[in-house]
Design a protein around this ligand. Structure first.
Ligand SMILES: *Cc1c(COP(=O)(O)O)cnc(C)c1O
Length: 379
C-alpha cells in the first residue's frame, strides 16, 4: 500500500456496533465484565481503551512497525524508554537535541544512576569511542532540534546491534512521511505526536513504535504501570491528524525549501540550517534516508545583537512567536530562551547553538505570504 492510502486507512476499522467511519471517542474509565476476567479485551482505561487501540494500530502501520504505544506526551514516551534501564547503565546521545529530552536525561535519570555521553553523532567514531559494556541505549535524534544535524541511522543501528545495544530514534522532526527508522534497523521509534502527527497545535501526545514483541511487552508494562497514558479525545485528535499527514508534509517540504532558499539569498541573514542544501554537512545522509527535507529551518542574522534578534522575533505577522512545531501554522522561536533554555548556556554554545539562533517551523500557508513576512521582519 502506498503511503497516502496507508496514512488514511491504517489501523482504522468502521465501528462494529454502528458502522461509524470515524473511531468513536470511548470516554470511559472502566469496562463492565460478565464475570471476573470475562471481558472483551478491555478492563480499565489506563491499561486499554478502544480509541487508543485504534491509534496505536495506526501508529504501528505508519512507521512500518508491528506495535504502537501512545503516551500523554513526547517526554512521557522518552521517560518510558529510559525506564528500560537500571542504575549503572550508560546511554549515548547526540550533543544537539530537544531541550526537554536533555533535561529529562540529566535532571531526572542521572539522579537514578544512569550515565549519559553526549557526542556529535555525525561521525560514527565518536559513538564507537564511548561504547563500553555498560552501554545499553543509543538515543538518536535526526534531523536534530534545532540545528538540523543528521546522523546515519542504518550505520548506528548496525553498530549497536552487534553489541546488543538498543537504539531509539526520535523521529519527530522528520515524521513517518519523510523517514522510517525501523526500516533502517533501529529498535524503537519515538514521536512527539504533538507536532507533525497531530499537525494542528491542539493536542500534546507521544508515541513509541516497536517491532520486537518482548520489547513491546516491556514498554507496555511501563506504560500501564507508570500511567502516562493519553485520554481518548487526544487519541482521536492524533488519529484524525494522521489522515492528512502526507498532504500536509508535501506542503511543509515545498514551503520549507522555498523559505530556506529565500533566507540563504537574503543579505542580512548569516547561516541557514536546512538539511536540503547540497552543501549542508548532513545532506548526503539525509538524501539517503529521508524522502524529502521537511519544513524545519534555523538561521542566524549577520547582526547578532540581542536587540536585532529580538526585533526580528517580534516583527513577524504571519509567523507566530511560540514554542512547538509541526502545525499547519508557521511559528518562529528563539531556542536559547524558549525550547532549549533548559540546556546550560556553555553546553549549548559549545555545540553550536548560539544565543542568536532563530528556528522556524514553516507551516502550510501560501509561501509568498511567508516569504513576504520574513522579508519585512528581517528588514
Ligand atoms: C517537542 C519534542 C519532544 C517532546 O514532546 P512533547 O510532546 O512536548 O512532550 C521530543 N522530541 C522532539 C524532537 C521534540 O520536538
Amino acid at each position: 500500500m502506498k503511503i497516502g492510502t496507508k496514512f488514511i486507512h491504517a489501523g482504522v476499522e468502521p465501528d462494529p456496533s454502528t458502522g461509524a467511519i470515524m473511531t468513536p471517542i470511548y470516554q470511559t474509565s472502566t469496562f463492565v465484565q460478565a464475570a471476573p476476567g470475562d471481558n472483551k479485551g478491555y478492563e480499565y482505561a489506563r491499561s486499554q481503551n478502544p480509541t487508543r487501540t485504534a491509534l496505536e494500530n495506526a501508529l504501528a502501520a505508519i512507521e512500518n512497525g508491528k506495535f504502537g504505544l501512545a503516551f500523554s506526551s513526547g517526554v512521557a514516551a522518552t521517560d518510558a524508554v529510559l525506564k528500560l534501564l537500571v542504575p549503572g547503565d550508560e546511554v549515548i546521545a547526540g550533543n544537539d537535541m530537544y531541550g526537554g529530552t536533555y533535561r529529562l536525561f540529566t535532571k531526572i535519570f542521572e539522579k537514578f544512576g544512569i550515565k549519559f555521553h553526549f557526542v556529535d553523532m555525525f561521525e560514527l567514531k565518536n559513538i564507537e569511542n564511548v561504547i563500553n559494556n555498560k552501554t545499553k541505549l543509543i538515543w538518536i535524534e535526526t534531523p536534530t532540534n534545532p540545528l538540523l544535524n543528521v546522523a546515519d541511522i542504518e550505520a548506528i543501528a548496525k553498530l549497536a546491534k552487534a553489541k546488543n545495544i538498543i537504539t531509539c530514534v526520535d523521529n519527530t522532526f522528520a515524521s513517518p512521511y519523510l523517514q522510517n527508522p525501523l526500516d533502517l534497523g533501529c529498535d524503537i521509534v519515538l514521536h512527539s505526536a504533538t507536532k507533525y502527527l497531530s499537525g494542528h497545535s491542539d493536542v500534546v501526545q507521544g508515541a513509541l513504535i516497536i517491532n520486537d514483541e518482548k520489547l513491546r511487552d516491556q514498554l507496555y508494562f511501563i506504560q500501564k504501570s507508570s500511567g502516562a497514558v493519553p485520554g481518548p479525545m487526544d487519541c482521536f485528535l492524533v488519529l484524525r491528524g494522521i489522515k492528512t499527514l502526507h498532504v500536509r508534509m508535501q506542503r511543509h517540504c515545498e514551503n520549507g525549501k522555498a523559505v530556506a532558499h529565500f533566507l540563504r539569498s537574503h543579505p542580512k541573514v548569516g547561516k541557514v540550517y536546512w538539511c536540503g542544501f547540497e552543501d549542508f554537512p548532513g545532506y548526503a545522509i539525509a538524501a539517503k534516508q529521508m524522502r524529502d527535507f521537511g519544513g524545519m529551518i534555523s538561521f542566524t542574522l549577520k547582526d547578532e545583537s540581542d536587540a536585532n534578534v529580538k526585533r526580528v522575533l517580534t516583527s513577524t505577522k504571519v509567523f507566530a512567536l511560540a514554542e512547538s512545531l509541526g502545525g499547519v501554522e508557521s511559528l518562529i522561536n528563539h531556542p536559547a530562551t524558549m525550547t532549549h533554555a533548559s540546556i546550560p548556556r556553555e553546553e549549548r554554545i559549545k555545540n553550536g547553538l548560539s544565543d542568536s539562533l532563530i528556528r522556524l517551523s514553516v507551516g502550510i500557508e501560501d509561501v509568498e505570504d511567508l516569504i513576504e513576512d520574513l522579508n519585512q521582519a528581517i528588514g
